[in-house]
Design a protein around this ligand. Structure first.
Ligand code: HEM
Length: 228
């Protein structure tokens, strides 16, 4: 086979893979894993607010010190967000096509509350992300934004109860989304041996709750006056 023909055959194969439900689930799992990794690292970075302004501002400076690295990471995250959303919408459309009439009486035997709400929590988290970037990264949605002063931006931002409540609600939805998302990721990647299932379920729940509690503690501490 010529090189051009073999490239064509490879492309056709990867198209066929993506066209399948399994291909889309694999894309959701890999992009979900990247986004989950970011959320874990970001939460650990956020917790540095408890060590005072120098620590978290130095962390912010470090992130911005290498524009090449920063923009590579941003590009990977943005691509992951786009692919995650496109695959989710396509999977939802395929599910609907497979059962256009719906069940006469809908019984949610195998599904959980979280799995049924993925298509609601997902878009809300997306809108939260847009608000969050305008709030803490670019400052347009911040009442008193100071470029480069992460500590001030977080404290002044969360001193507004409405902003804190919006974050807390978004984080509760994030816990819900991650709980089911991390679990589904393991399933899609084939980590579904019956012996590991209970542990993977526990890991998904614990990881989601830790991320939620870590992040929610920040607006709560600001509103309680513990961080100022
Ligand atoms: C209470 C929770 C959170 C706090 C306090 C927080 C804080 C911050 C701060 C201060 C920045 C700006 C950093 C800088 O410019 O140096 C930032 C950026 C960012 N945050 Fe959060 N964040 C929280 C939750 C989240 C969540 C849950 C997500 C994802 C779903 C997220 C995604 C991002 C992204 C994508 C950026 C932009 C990074 C960049 O490209 O510069 N954050 N966050």
């Amino acid at each position: 086979m010529s090189a051009a023909a073999s490239t064509f055959a490879q492309k056709a194969q990867s198209h066929r893979f993506y066209d399948s439900t399994i291909g889309k689930k694999a894309v959701m799992a890999v992009t979900g894993a990247i986004l989950f990794g970011f959320v874990v690292v970001h939460m650990l970075g956020n917790l540095q607010v408890y060590f005072g302004p120098e620590k978290i501002n130095a962390y912010g400076e470090l992130l911005h010190s290498s524009p090449g690295l920063l923009w590579t990471a941003r590009l990977i995250l943005l691509t992951s967000v786009v692919l995650h959303i496109v695959a989710a919408l396509q999977l939802a459309a395929l599910n609907k096509k497979a059962r256009p009439v719906g069940y006469v009486r809908k019984k949610n035997i195998a599904s959980t509350y979280a799995s049924r709400t993925m298509l609601v929590s997902g878009p809300i988290i997306f809108f939260f992300l847009v608000y969050h970037l305008l709030h803490f990264t670019t400052g347009q949605a911040h009442p008193n934004f100071r470029a480069g002063d992460v500590y001030h931006n977080v404290i002044a931002g969360f001193q507004q109860p409405a902003a804190s409540i919006a974050y807390i609600v978004a984080m509760i939805l994030l816990v819900n989304h991650l709980h089911h998302g991390v679990w589904s990721m393991f399933q899609s990647l084939g980590l579904n041996h019956p012996r590991y299932m209970p542990w993977l379920r526990r890991f998904s729940a614990a990881a989601a709750i830790l991320i939620g509690v870590g992040n929610i503690s920040i607006p709560v501490s600001v509103l309680a006056g513990l961080l100022q």
